[in-house]
Write a protein that binds this ligand. Sequence first.
Ligand code: NDP
Length: 322
Amino acid sequence: AQSKIEIIMTGPLMAYAADQLKARFIVHELWKEQDRAAALAAVKDRVRGVAGGGAHVRIDDALFDALPKLEVVSNFGVGYDNVDAVAAGKRGIIVTNTPDVLTDEVADLAIGLLLSTVRQLPQVDRYLRAGKWLQGAYPLTTSLRKRKIGIVGLGRIGKAVARRLEAFDVPIAYHGRSRQADVAYRYYPSLVEMAQDVDTLVSVAPGGESTYHIINAEVLKALGPNGIVVNVGRGTVIDEQALIEALKAKTILSAGLDVFEDEPRVPAELIAMDHIVLLPHVGSASVHTREQMGQLLVDNLVSWFDGKGPLTPVAETPWTKA
Ligand code: NDP
């Protein structure tokens, strides 16, 4: 029999995916090692693949230097700001992610978070449980009615959010680096100008340098005192300190956040604000969708080592479909 190919797992993966990897490959569970450098050195001449679980470990030149036989990095998640895909590309290392299989789930969550923030659903639930209904009705909230939505990053998930929002009869605009050919929503090349014209931002933009802090103090000011910011993309897209200041000074109304700059650490100032809604990065976190993502992570590695190429290579990866 052919000897098994060796791979590294950089972080924990659900058993659904991990068990398939262990059946097919020899798997080294890197995050369990006390001395990571020594663990890497021991397998450096054999490891040909990496399965990236979560953003626990940066996958960059340091890891590529340590693994000279590395051919492929299969990332768990569509966002891969934890992977230096450009550096990988320069070495001819393939990087794959898990697009599409999570799009609807994350879009559903974005709508849920938007409505939860606007109508204060977690706060209203807490009110009832605290027995306060017996003393009187919950104060009236703001509304999605008459709101204008600006989507930051109208990609796969952004478009799925927009499609859902069409059913809510709210005007939709978007900002990104380029106009999307297949939609009729109003396009703003300038994020500040969009923020001036709308009162609700829904960010589904990826992380990384090009989106770092693009939702800054100026954008928040332009959004105005009725402004709501929802973020299901990446925490680094928002200047979190500027958001805290704007919320404290009430220069915007509220925020609904699924992602943060330094996860899993969430600033105490945000936690202390009772009127905003905070979720622990659960956008794709259903059994159904996490299994689909795990399967695609496994399938990318299997396809690569079967000589059939990667299934879902990222944009920076040196691979063109035959
Ligand atoms: P896509 O690549 O399909 O969409 C990304 C969009 O962002 C594109 O429309 C792109 O448009 C825009 N964009 C990229 N760079 C910039 C920039 N510098 N300024 C403004 N807009 C930009 O990705 P998906 O829709 O599949 O996923 C989006 C992101 O959602 C992921 O990268 C991930 O970070 C996040 N995510 C979060 C989850 C959660 O659990 N909360 C779950 C899954 C994903 P253009 O190129 O024209 O600028």
